[in-house]
Design a protein around this ligand. Structure first.
Ligand SMILES: *[C@@H]1O[C@H](CO)[C@@H](O)[C@H](O)[C@H]1NC(C)=O
Ligand SMILES: CC(=O)N[C@H]1CO[C@H](CO)[C@@H](O)[C@@H]1O
Length: 182
């Protein structure tokens, strides 16, 4: 093989190696300027974080602190909806075991609602550490509700899907709070 033909032989290889990294970078150049994607980067459920924040009309003008408030409000709305459902379930459930568990969950979610409201207030006054503590507490309330169901073998939580989503919304809010200056 002569020099020229050998060069032509390896040329496609050189090109493919040198071009590929640039293509990868160019593929998603929209992300850096996008505060929501950036803010949700470390969220446990990144997809849910991006999707729920984008769905909120107030998120367009929001800065990072504003996004944190929106994320907490989303968790708050979720807790309120779950709380309403627990009350409905309580009215129709007859089993002693389920009724006892739901009565506990009703209190757990009522407390979670108060704590998420405290968290929102803390962002404007006491600071990010306080806001974080309140969201963690609300998340723990939901876990306590689920733990109650798990105590007795053979019983399944009637709320586990809802609790999981709620806990992910809290986790998202915590990840966003974590990006703010403390
Ligand atoms: C809680 O939020 C999630 C995510 O937005 C949603 O899919 C779910 O329906 C909400 N749960 C209730 C009870 O509203
Ligand atoms: C090609 C590609 O992955 N594009 C994505 C870049 O990021 C934006 C915002 O997250 C997405 O909407 C695109 O689909």
């Amino acid at each position: 093989m002569g020099y020229v033909s050998r060069f032509i032989f390896v040329l496609p290889l050189i090109l493919s190696i040198s071009i590929r990294p640039h293509q990868v970078i160019a593929k998603n150049a929209t992300a850096p300027g996008d505060l929501i994607s950036k803010t949700c980067q470390n969220a446990v459920n990144e997809e849910l974080c991006v999707q729920t924040l984008r769905a909120d009309p107030n998120s367009k003008q929001a800065d990072a602190s504003g996004l944190a408030k929106i994320a907490i409000k989303l968790a708050l709305a979720n807790a309120t909806a779950i709380s309403d459902q627990v009350k409905k379930l309580l009215a129709t459930t007859t089993g002693h075991y389920e009724k006892t568990r739901l009565t506990d969950c009703n209190e757990n979610y009522a407390t979670a609602i108060d704590q998420l409201e405290d968290s929102l207030a803390a962002i404007n006054s006491n600071g990010i550490n306080d806001a974080t503590t309140w969201v963690q507490a609300a998340m723990t309330d939901s876990e306590t509700c689920e733990d109650g169901f798990e105590e007795e073998p053979g019983h399944k939580s009637m709320l586990s899907d809802k609790s999981t989503l709620f806990q992910q919304l809290c986790g998202n809010a915590l990840a966003i709070l974590n990006t703010l200056p403390h």
